[in-house]
Design a protein around this ligand. Structure first.
Ligand code: PGA
Length: 220
């Protein structure tokens, strides 16, 4: 099975930053360190087309995802980006990240709607859950366990706790894939690689610098 490595750039990078990232990535990555890994890059909407065209032109082994999706179909919803618009460029979508729940007051009800829209457009859905009580809509394909206190702090959750959490979720929803997110980098990843329920990682800060990101990918 592939290990997912999902890079979430969050609200970072202009097109020229993204160009520099790909140049750096091209210089450092090796096909062998990517063996068995499915890389998914989730940039902002403003750089999505640029990333799409760059990946295609260079044949980089990277799929694209987005960080959010409209809960509505296309139409009169100012500021929202609908599933069919995303589908032109990307195959994956992150839904319910804790930063959206906290900063944009996103509710479980809206998350359910976003899931429906994503599936109508045949996107692969990555649902972020913060605990084993977070509701999990049936359409979620990949479940990302991302404890809030581990995000961007340099302090990941313990491997033991992650194993417990993911095993509990897996016993309730066996046919999904499970990844961990929260302060993953080339050093912290090692402990998590020992956990057999972890099918990959959601990586924020350590994906912003291509050299750091490639270093992380070379750890297994
Ligand atoms: P981080 O972000 O890697 O910067 O901690 C992870 C996440 O947002 O899930």
């Amino acid at each position: 099975m592939n290990t997912y490595v999902i890079a979430n750039w969050k609200s970072n990078k202009t097109v020229s930053d993204a160009r520099a990232w790909f140049q750096n990535f091209a210089e450092h990555f090796s096909k062998t360190s990517l063996d068995g890994k499915q890389l998914v890059l989730c940039p902002s909407f403003t750089t999505l087309q640029f990333c799409h065209d760059t990946i295609a032109a260079n044949d980089f082994p990277i799929k694209l995802g987005v960080q959010d999706i409209s809960p509505f179909k296309d139409g009169s919803y100012t500021g929202a980006v609908a599933a069919n618009q995303i589908r032109e460029f990307a195959h994956y979508v992150i839904i319910g990240h804790s930063e959206r729940r906290q900063n944009f007051s996103e509710t479980d009800e809206q998350i359910k709607e976003k899931m429906h829209r994503a599936k109508e457009a045949e996107l692969i859905t990555i649902l972020c859950v913060q605990s084993d009580t977070t509701p999990i809509p049936a359409e979620s394909d990949i479940i990302a366990y991302e404890p809030v206190e581990a995000i961007g702090t340099g302090n990941p959750d313990s491997a033991e706790n992650t194993q417990k959490m993911l095993s509990t979720l897996k016993s309730k929803y066996p046919n999904k894939q499970y990844i961990y997110g929260g302060s993953i980098n080339k050093d912290t990843v090692k402990e998590f690689l020992q956990i057999d329920v972890v099918d990959g990682f959601l990586v924020g800060s350590a994906s912003l610098d291509a050299t750091m990101f490639v270093n992380l990918l070379s750890q297994w």
